[in-house]
Structure formats: structure tokens, C-alpha cells
Write a protein that binds this ligand. Structure first.
Ligand code: AKG
Length: 271
């Protein structure tokens, strides 16, 4: 954004206070419904082969659907998609455009500062009737920067509620340590996920959102998603992770500054 342009989104003092105290911020209409539809169409194109899958990305089918013989990893179907990840922001023009969206950059500017990098992108689907939720976890267990400045942005591409598997957060948990991540209690969650068992006794809030709205939360925040138990509603989300460009990488990279610069500057030896 140049100095003469007005911001696409202004975070209020009340929103900042809520984010600091509760650990999450809901931003309504981050994307328009039409923008969500463009993301969905792009993902469906990757599944049916009309849009190229670039390096660093793979399709994953819903494990329960594979188990039941409804789909195979070799013959993917949008109906049973679990995920596409994790580098569309680096390689696909449409997913990159939405990872660099002005509204996201404006919100992140208020939450982590002016130098912003996108470090991961995922399109996550929970198919109707059999989409399995992800148990409680902290993203900073998986995504490491030094210091830890990781922040997740979970954007609903459909209307989401408890029945179709919305995100749940534990307010206040953003101040906690990184917990051990163990084998999930639910056997259906064991193929891809790990679980923080301690979170089961904590008090959670469901993030019920209309299509295009988003939740911002730091990597230390305990969160989970529910199963999609509806008969007729997909639950699709574009899930992005960012960090302050001043952070050092949590692991060695073969190239300098490997991540996508969304706004501001990047720094030698940093992500
Ligand atoms: O969208 C979901 O089902 C969960 C996503 C999530 O929690 C994550 O990617 O960290």
C-alpha cells in the first residue's frame, strides 16, 4: 500500500484489545463470496486436472472416504477432497493473489507489524457427512520461527458452523507453552493429525462464520475443527500462515529468504 492509498481494512483498538486478551480476531467479509468461489473453482481445477499442480503441492483425499472405497488417492475427486497444500502461495497465481490480499496484509500489519511473510498455504475441505475434524493442536508445534511470530489466518469459503466442522478456539490459550502433541483419542483422526489431550478439559468457543469471514490467531493458540456431520454442506477453507519477516527460520533452508514477501521488507538471515 502506498502512503496515498487508504487501507483496505482498519483494525480498531477494541479488536486489538480482544486479540491480545482472547488470542483471536474475527474479520468479517475478508473475501467476498465471489472471491471464495474463485478459490473453490481453482482448487476443483487442481483436483480434476484442468489447473496445473505446481511444485511443492499435493492433493490429499479424505481418509475415511479412501477407507470406505469411495475414492482413491490415484483418482481424486473434489467430493472427497481433504486438503491441497502447502505451497500454493508460492506457485499458483490465484492462491498467491489471495494470500497477498490487501485486507489480510492490513490486519497483519496491525497484529505483527509491517514486514510480513507468508510461510504456508492450505486449502482444506471437509466433505459432507464424512469430513473428519482436526483435534486440538498448536500451529507453532509444526511451523517454527525464532522468535515465534507465527500467525494463522483461517478463511471460511462456505458458511461454517458446528454441524459442518467450523474452527473452535480456546480463548487465552495463546499465552501457553507448546504442549506435547500425541496420538489422537479418535482413531479416525490418526492418519494425519496429532492431539493436545490437555485441551479436552478447557473451555472452547466455536467460530461460526459466514462465507468469506476469517479468524486470525497466533501459532500458540489451541484450536481444533469439528467433523462435518451435515448431509449436504461442504466445509471448505483457505488456511494461511504468516510470520514477521524479521524472524529467523526454525530450520535450515538451502535458499536465503525462502518465504513469500507479502508486504514490507525482508532481512538477511531471516525467513
Ligand atoms: O480446517 C481445519 O479443519 C483445521 C485447520 C487447522 O486447524 C490448521 O490448519 O491448523
Amino acid at each position: 500500500m502506498s502512503a496515498s492509498q487508504s487501507p483496505a481494512y482498519v483494525v480498531t483498538d477494541n479488536q486489538l484489545k480482544h486479540y491480545k486478551e482472547q488470542g483471536f480476531l474475527i474479520v468479517h467479509r475478508l473475501y467476498t463470496p465471489e472471491e471464495c468461489d474463485e478459490i473453490i473453482a481453482r482448487a476443483e481445477g487442481m483436483v480434476d486436472g484442468t489447473v496445473p499442480m505446481y511444485k511443492g503441492n499435493a492433493l490429499y483425499m479424505e481418509p475415511e472416504a479412501v477407507e470406505r472405497g469411495l475414492v482413491t488417492e490415484e483418482k481424486p475427486s473434489s467430493e472427497y477432497l481433504f486438503k491441497i497444500g502447502h505451497e500454493m502461495h508460492l506457485t499458483d497465481p490465484v492462491f498467491r493473489y489471495y494470500a497477498m490480499h490487501e485486507k489480510i496484509a492490513d490486519v497483519l500489519n496491525a497484529l505483527i507489524g509491517p514486514d510480513i511473510k507468508c510461510i504456508q498455504s492450505m486449502y482444506i475441505d471437509k466433505p459432507r457427512n464424512l469430513g473428519i475434524g482436526q483435534p486440538y493442536h498448536q500451529d507453532s508445534h509444526y511451523l517454527k520461527t525464532v522468535p515465534d511470530t507465527v500467525i494463522g489466518v483461517w478463511i471460511a469459503c462456505d458458511d461454517v458452523d458446528v454441524a459442518n466442522g467450523c474452527l473452535h478456539v480456546i480463548p487465552g490459550s495463546q499465552g501457553s507453552k507448546i504442549y506435547p502433541h500425541d496420538v489422537p483419542v479418535d482413531v479416525l483422526q490418526r492418519k494425519y493429525f496429532q492431539e493436545v489431550h490437555a485441551a479436552r478439559t478447557m473451555s472452547e468457543v466455536p467460530c461460526i462464520l459466514p462465507k468469506g469471514s476469517a479468524v486470525f490467531f497466533p501459532g500458540t493458540m489451541l484450536h481444533r475443527s469439528g467433523n462435518n456431520v451435515t448431509e449436504d454442506r461442504q466445509r471448505r477453507a483457505y488456511v494461511l500462515h504468516y510470520a514477521d519477516a524479521h524472524s529467523e527460520p526454525g530450520r535450515a533452508y538451502s535458499v536465503p529468504n525462502p518465504h513469500l514477501l507479502v508486504r514490507g521488507r525482508q532481512y538477511p538471515g531471516c525467513i
